[in-house]
Every structure is written in structure tokens, then in C-alpha cells.
Design a protein around this ligand. Structure first.
Ligand code: ADP
Ligand code: MG
Ligand code: ZN
Length: 199
């Protein structure tokens, strides 16, 4: 595949895939290279995701990079001034207006790199991802390794107490153990109420 970045102006890159597919790792790799090229780089993440560290993005393999936690799309936009490259990790958690904000940044000349889950554990498109994917100049859909069979995993399996999580209800009861796995299409197990959710 030949990839040629525009000579002038900005653009939008989206990195998507299930959990453990290396989205954060790939984001960090791209931003480090931009830093080496002397570009001014910033990376944002939604404040709700404070896994591991409040102000770093950390990959599952422990690779990390300083990130600015923001509570809203407005706050993100307000803090982008003067940067050539704007990374947004866990972009699926932002409000729908993140897509328009990303495009505006690109229109103003920034290279915008958005990384996030394309689908939730029910395999439904996640929040603003469809819009971002449709508008992006460049899209990469990464695969993880299926926890079950070792094949290429494209879905995220949510487990509660070791069983496929029900599709209805986001909250996990106190005292029960929640866990996520990468799974391939064949190994993905729908929640017991999946038929209800699809109806
Ligand atoms: P993402 O941001 O997509 O959740 P990360 O970049 O945080 O992914 O983590 C990717 C890293 O996670 C891999 O390089 C690997 O070291 C580790 N890893 C753990 N479990 C898996 C898995 N099932 N498939 C692929 N990588 C995995
Ligand atoms: Mg990640
Ligand atoms: Zn599998």
C-alpha cells in the first residue's frame, strides 16, 4: 500500500481494533517519531480512563507517554493551540462532537491521530467511532491475539465472574470480578440476553 500524506494542511488518522490490539502502542510509536522530527506533539485522553496512571497513556505492555487528561471536547480543543500533532487515545469515550472537533483541527493544519475501540463488548459501533472512521484520511484496524485460540482477534469479550457479561446493564455488582479478553469472531460469546438486545 502506498501512503502519501498531504503536502500541506492537516489530516485525520484513526487507529482502531479491540482491546489489546496495540492501539496505544501504535499511537505512542507515531508520536515519538513526530517528536524526533521536531514537531510539537500533544496527547489527550478522557479523564474517565485513569487505568494505571492519571496523566500517562500506558499500553498493556507497559510502554508509556505523558498525556493530558481532559473532561470534555471543549477542554481538549482549548488546549491544542500551537501543536502540530494531536493524539487522542481512548477516543471512543468522548462525546459525539469529538468528530467535528478533530476535523476542525485537521482543517487548521494539525495531524490528528485518534485511537479507540471500534466496537464495544456487544460488538456494536462504539460512540463517535463510525463518524471518525468515515472522515479519516487514514484508517488502521489492528488485531489482537485471541485469548481462546490464538487466532487474530477482532472483538472484545467482557466477562463477569468468568461468564460472558449480559448485554443489558453497564454496572458490575460489587464483589464480582470483571475482566476483558480479546477474542476472534468464532470464540466471541454473546451475553445470555443477546437475542433480547438484538430485538
Ligand atoms: P490497546 O491500546 O489496543 O488496548 P496496548 O497498546 O495497550 O493495546 O497493548 C498491546 C500489547 O498488549 C501488546 O504489544 C502485547 O504486549 C500485550 N498483549 C496482552 N494480551 C494481548 C493479546 N491478547 N493480544 C495482543 N497483545 C496482547
Ligand atoms: Mg489503549
Ligand atoms: Zn479464537
Amino acid at each position: 500500500m502506498i501512503r502519501i500524506a498531504p503536502q500541506q494542511g492537516g489530516w485525520l488518522e484513526v487507529i482502531c481494533g479491540p482491546m489489546f490490539s496495540g492501539k496505544s502502542e501504535e499511537m505512542i510509536r507515531r508520536l515519538r517519531r513526530a517528536e524526533i522530527a521536531g514537531q510539537r506533539v500533544v496527547i489527550f485522553k478522557p479523564r474517565i480512563d485513569d487505568r494505571y496512571d492519571a496523566s500517562d497513556i500506558v499500553s498493556h505492555a507497559g510502554i508509556r507517554m505523558r498525556a493530558v487528561p481532559v473532561s470534555s471536547v471543549g477542554e481538549l480543543t482549548a488546549r491544542t493551540h500551537g501543536f502540530d500533532v494531536v493524539g487522542i487515545d481512548e477516543v471512543q469515550f468522548f462525546e459525539p462532537s469529538i468528530a467535528g472537533a478533530a476535523l476542525e483541527l485537521a482543517d487548521r493544519g494539525a495531524r490528528v491521530i485518534a485511537a479507540g475501540l471500534d466496537r464495544d463488548f456487544r460488538r456494536l459501533p462504539f460512540g463517535p467511532m463510525p463518524e471518525l472512521l468515515a472522515h479519516a484520511e487514514f484508517v488502521d484496524k489492528l488485531q489482537a491475539v485471541c485469548h481462546r485460540c490464538g487466532g487474530p482477534a477482532t472483538t472484545t469479550q467482557r466477562l463477569v465472574d468468568g461468564r460472558p457479561a449480559p448485554y443489558s446493564g453497564e454496572t458490575v455488582l460489587v464483589g464480582s470480578a470483571e475482566q476483558y479478553e480479546a477474542r476472534c469472531r468464532g470464540c466471541h460469546e454473546p451475553g445470555a440476553d443477546a437475542a433480547l438486545a438484538a430485538a
